[in-house]
Design a protein around this ligand. Structure first.
Ligand code: GDP
Ligand code: MG
Length: 603
């Protein structure tokens, strides 16, 4: 197919607005898959995606569509549905010339619609606005058109109205893609150059990369090089996705396809990398930026006997997700485990959910934390003057006397809410140290708010709280916004004067009193009384800021028996000893593992 009859596009939408349904309908309509094949949502391959209705890994499909007596090649590039994966989204988008901006005609524009619009707009893509679900009784397409006009300057006459579920308006969508999108700007005569925008692991063929061929062509048997890793391979497999794999001998500029070259580790396939022929000088494609983890969590097997199976499960998942970083970590209370880094909260959630599906016991996941940036003072202890270090683990937080400046990661949060919840939404953001950027009325009773927020304030329960205070109507999305100067402290917990490392945390100094008091009082509830009295203290920079005392108490499990049966008495005593084994002793205080888990999950 000549280049002028190729169109590359993505569908972008807020979660549940019908992206997968529309993708399926487009495939059915062009004969790529059979209608009602029983598989709903062919492109959502992973189980998590089906359950949560979000797309995690980008998948693509090439379809042929007849328009004015000519066959067109339409490459649908499925993007992940959430801005946590905005790296992946923008990589996928760089293979496109346009997007379908899909909006639910009942729910209207939501926070992710806005984030996705700006991602596409910023990439200079043609935007085809489409309202979905017009079959719904409560659909109000005119109102949603108005929102699109207010927010994005989109002419209502440009907006298509469809029902992906019922298959209404599908031809209009396909025709709009052909008429409004330009053909890809590629050159088949130049040296081979391709953009890697997704990859996954295949047990038999190693890592498969999804590529967009920008220039030239590539053949099975060619020697190729990945520009940024500088590693070379022989091309073993080439395929197009229809959406099933169909092997081909050659891929040419303008096409999207799969390339396999016996690569053993996904760490060699960096999303955004440029592939070229060995020993040929090329200018790499722009957009290569290694994914940077933003959110960290500790992960431990529930029981050390499950250590190996958990490690295997993590290794398997990381093969498919090179954005996750893994470092070994040990905690005296929880044993051997790992500290994992993620692109964002949803990424963390999706990963741990996949882990639970592949690994039969539930691993222990600690409360997520973020990475702080610290500028050190010029003291003897520091290696270089004005050194900058990144710390996410409180254990590695230096003494405050060594720190000159503190920085924390920030995000720009976008919230769309019905205006009757405006007051509570703003209070919530202020409570989370948010600073309002702007507020826009997007129609008669809906407002879009933008706030600068510290990332650490939204990693725990922000989204859930927002949903609760707005009866589920407010939507939220965020994007990274670099580091901002702040003031942090390390909060330590001491039991009878001995610090408990795994209970320490890095927090904003304004939060110290509240969190310190909360920690000691919940520890008082959780720790069982023991033979000795226990002092529970919260300490910051050597100063005690909160304290509770747990009185001594002898738990006599046999007291309730009247003399009674000796074997029964022995059995109870044995149970008590077994219970003690699962405890960690700190300064003669036994802490049940459950106490740690409880506190670590909440902190
Ligand atoms: P995604 O999260 O954007 O991929 O959304 P899905 O395609 O998974 O759709 C979310 C829900 O909306 C599913 O229950 C679909 O059946 C439903 N849905 C999708 N399109 C339509 C439509 O045109 N009309 C109606 N009534 N429901 C739809
Ligand atoms: Mg979906």
């Amino acid at each position: 197919i000549p280049i002028y009859r190729i169109r590359n596009f993505s569908i972008i939408a807020h979660v549940d607005h019908g992206k997968s349904t529309l993708a399926d309908r487009l495939l059915e309509h062009t004969g790529a898959i059979k209608a009602n094949s029983g598989h709903s949502q062919v492109l959502d391959k992973l189980q998590v995606e089906r359950e949560r209705g979000i797309t995690v890994k980008a998948q693509s499909a090439s379809i042929i569509y007849k328009y004015k007596e000519e066959n067109y090649l339409l490459n649908l590039i499925d993007t992940p549905g959430h801005v946590d994966f905005s790296n992946e989204v923008s990589r996928s988008l760089s293979a496109c010339q346009g997007v379908i901006l899909l909006v639910d005609a009942n729910e209207g524009v939501q926070a992710q619609t806005v984030a996705n619009f700006y991602l596409a707009f910023g990439n200079d893509l043609v935007i085809v606005p489409v309202l979905n679900k017009i079959d719904l009784k409560n659909a109000d397409p005119d109102r949603v058109c108005k929102q699109l006009q207010t927010l994005f300057d989109i002419e209502p006459t440009q907006v298509l109205r469809i029902s992906a579920k019922l298959g209404v308006g599908i031809d209009d969508v396909l025709e709009a893609i052909i008429e409004r999108l330009p053909a890809p700007k590629v050159n088949r005569q130049s040296a081979f150059k391709a953009l890697l925008f997704d990859s996954w692991y295949d047990r038999y063929r190693g890592v498969l990369s999804l590529i967009y061929i920008k220039d030239g062509d590539v053949n099975v048997g060619d020697q190729i090089t990945y520009y940024h890793t500088k590693k070379s391979y022989e091309v073993k497999t080439l395929a197009v996705l229809r959406p099933q794999e169909e092997n081909v001998k050659k891929l040419v500029a303008g096409q999207i396809g799969l390339i396999g070259c016996n690569m053993r580790s996904s760490q060699e396939a960096h999303i955004g990398d440029t592939i070229h022929k060995i020993n040929v000088d090329i200018e790499p494609l722009p957009g290569f930026k290694p994914a940077r983890p933003m959110v960290f969590a500790g992960i431990y097997p529930f029981d050390q006997s499950q250590h190996v199976s958990l490690r295997n499960a993590i290794e398997k998942l990381v093969l498919n997700d090179s954005a996750v970083t893994v470092a070994v970590d040990t905690s005296p209370a929880l044993g051997q485990g790992w500290r994992l880094g993620f692109l964002g909260l949803l990424h963390l959630e999706v990963f741990s959910q996949r882990l639970q599906q592949e690994y039969d016991a539930e691993p222990i996941l600690t409360a997520p934390s973020v990475t702080y940036k610290l500028k050190l003072k010029e003291t003897k202890q520091t290696i270089k003057q004005g050194d900058v270090i990144y710390v996410s683990n409180p254990v590695h937080f230096p003494d405050y006397l060594q720190i000159a400046e503190y920085y924390e990661p920030m995000v720009i949060g976008t919230i769309i809410t019905p205006d009757k919840y405006l007051g509570s939404v703003i209070s919530l953001c202020m409570e989370k140290r948010g600073v309002q950027r702007n507020a826009t009325n997007i129609d008669n009773d809906r407002v879009m708010l933008q706030f600068d927020l510290p990332l650490c304030e939204i990693v725990l329960d922000f989204h859930d709280t927002l949903k609760t205070i707005s009866s589920g109507y407010a939507s939220f999305d965020y994007e990274d916004n670099g580091y901002q100067q702040t003031h942090l402290v390390k909060l330590q917990i001491l039991l009878n004067g001995t610090p408990v490392d795994e209970l320490s945390s890095i927090i904003h100094s304004s939060r110290v009193d509240v969190i310190g008091r909360k920690m000691v009082s919940s520890l008082k509830d959780i720790i069982p009384r023991q033979l000795i009295q226990i002092a529970i203290q919260a300490v910051v920079n050597g100063k005690v800021i909160a304290r509770e005392t747990l009185k001594a108490y002898r738990k006599d499990v046999t007291a309730k028996l009247y003399g009674g049966d000796v074997t029964r008495r022995m059995k109870l005593l044995a149970q008590q000893t077994a219970g003690k084994k699962r405890m960690r002793a700190i300064a003669n205080v036994s802490l049940p593992r459950e106490a740690f888990i409880d506190v670590l999950k909440r902190s």
